[in-house]
Write a protein that binds this ligand. Structure first.
Ligand code: NAD
Length: 252
């Protein structure tokens, strides 16, 4: 990039505010990750306090949260899952709440989240595409009976259905495919948007991260505490906390 075009882009990044971009947008797509929920008290994966940097014993979190590990060592899987991925007391924060307001104002194309915590739905959002599932949805692998988070949380060891089948969380484990219907909806919501906000994600989990390439619009906003691979393409990069930044937005 020439010095001149770098300077122009840099200038543009400083000039436009998130408020102005949201005011002129009609269909906002919000692509989020674990960083959207850290202010609700749920640790992300890759920050200093993230799960990857916490003691997880002999195996990495990615190994434990894989479909192979689930099949081979279900007891160890559930021990880790219960203690590191379930936060029954977590409440939606200002980012979740503001997105709900954006939807009510008729300006939302969709919330595409990699999070499994269910906090967008808990905040009242409807157009939510949970790419990796939701900890509140659990199903018996034998008879198909459905359960809430409590069935997993309160069980000792492997949670079992009354038919004796294992109750499996409907979250996408490493090595599993994403739901076709959810993927299609997510890609359409991004493709139809005229503003894409990418927040609280390192964009390192595939195929989810590549969904942002479906975006056809002009403006991209990145809200993240650290550098991301999308910064270079963004109209505006905000190096800050998602909940704090989003709470400053006024929806007219
Ligand atoms: P990640 O941990 O790889 O990246 C999170 C990013 O968000 C980091 O760049 C970090 O600097 C930034 N961040 C942290 N707190 C922030 C804040 N308050 N405001 C703005 N930025 C913030 O997370 P990822 O990209 O979502 O990928 C991790 C995978 O792990 C996902 O697939 C997700 O399903 C799963 N996960 C989900 C949850 C959850 O449901 N809440 C929690 C942990 C992990």
């Amino acid at each position: 990039m020439s010095a001149e075009s770098f300077a122009r882009r840099h200038e543009k990044k400083r000039e436009i505010s998130l408020q102005a971009l949201i005011d002129r947008a009609q269909r906002i797509a919000f692509f989020g990750g674990a960083g959207v929920s850290t202010e609700s008290g749920i640790p992300d994966f890759r920050s200093a306090e993230g799960l990857i940097n916490k003691e997880s014993g002999k195996y990495s979190p990615e190994t434990i949260l894989s479909s192979l590990f689930f099949c081979l060592y279900p007891e160890e899987f559930f021990d880790y899952y219960r203690s590191h991925l379930l936060y029954p007391a977590a409440k939606p924060n200002n980012a979740h709440i503001k997105l709900c307001e954006i939807e009510r104002a008729g300006k939302l194309s969709g919330i595409i989240t990699q999070n499994i915590d269910g906090l967008h739905r808990a905040a009242g959002s409807k157009r939510v595409f949970e790419l990796h599932g939701n900890v509140n949805e659990n199903v018996c692998v034998k008879c198909g009976k459905r359960y809430g988070m409590d069935a997993v949380l309160s069980a000792k060891g492997i949670p079992r259905c009354e038919c004796s089948g294992v109750i499996k969380p409907e979250v996408v484990l490493y090595g599993e495919k994403l739901d076709e219907y959810v993927m299609r909806g997510a890609k359409r919501a991004i493709a139809d948007a005229d503003l894409l906000i990418i927040a609280g994600t390192s964009l390192s989990v595939e195929p989810a991260a590549s969904f942002i390439s479906c975006y056809n619009g002009r403006d991209i906003v990145v809200i993240n505490r650290e550098k991301t691979p999308a910064d270079e393409k963004a109209t505006l990069v905000i190096r800050g906390s998602a909940a704090e930044v989003m709470s400053g937005i006024h929806i007219g």
